[in-house]
Design a binder for this molecule. Sequence first.
Ligand code: MF3
Ligand code: CO
Ligand code: CO
Length: 294
Amino acid sequence: MSRDAQGHLLPGRVSPTRRVPVGIPRPEYVGKAGPKPYDGDDIYDASEVERIRTSGRIAAQALEAVGAAIRPGVTTDELDAVGHEFLIRRDAYPSTLGYRGYRKSLCTSINEVICHGIPDDTVLVEGDLINIDITAFHDGMHGDLNATFAVGELSLEAADLVTRTQEALNRGIKAVAPGREINVIGRAIESYAKRFGYGVVRDYTGHGVGRAFHSGLVIPHYDASPDYDTVMEPGMVFTIEPMLTFGTVENPGTAEWDEWPDDWTVVTRDLSLTAQFEHTLVVTERGADILTLP
Ligand code: MF3
Ligand code: CO
Ligand code: CO
């Protein structure tokens, strides 16, 4: 069982660790408490960008495979198995598996779960929202994306939250240009979200990605100016991954959250619905080039 009487989520049972063939190279943090501090920068040359694109494409195709398996009655652990098998068949390591103690090959975040939901025996039901977040490590590079899917038919409110969160990501991507400060991205996202009364989660952000899963570069999804004034330059690689919470103009959504005792699952404090979309991209002379397309 994994729901309470109101239909809110409860922790379920987590299956044993899935194996990765020994021939697939692991990120350096696997088997350790955490990654070693990243001392490289966030700028990549053209051949490195193509390596990140390869990882990003594998992750995006894995996300499509998992998305095709989403239906009422399936468990989040079954979705983890689909993603895991897809990645290892493509000679990629699931970056989340063994990252800071996380024990699964992707994240499954349902309804009020903002991010980092752990696959378990929770059964999907008609009307659920589920975000699938997959990161692939291949040829020394990570590519990271996520998307929110509908389980069967959604309420109109939930369907609108999903399409507008995807549009918020699009607007963040369109704000990317060399010479601009990082904080323009969150300004574009937040001003769009506010039109509908949606909340913007502040404490989980986009990030530099490539050689490291999380490089230390932070991409806020709210208007953080004058802070986060790093200037974007061609070759810079990072994710944008807004998390929006349901609200209305009369009763706006909030940025408040709680973490479950599992130390991972992040839920909205008021258990309102939340959605997220993520891409990895590179800054170009003209704007942004998305690296996590199938
Ligand atoms: N992929 C997530 C992100 O977008 C991070 C997941 S870390 C995990 O940054 F350990 F929870 F899997
Ligand atoms: Co990310
Ligand atoms: Co991600």
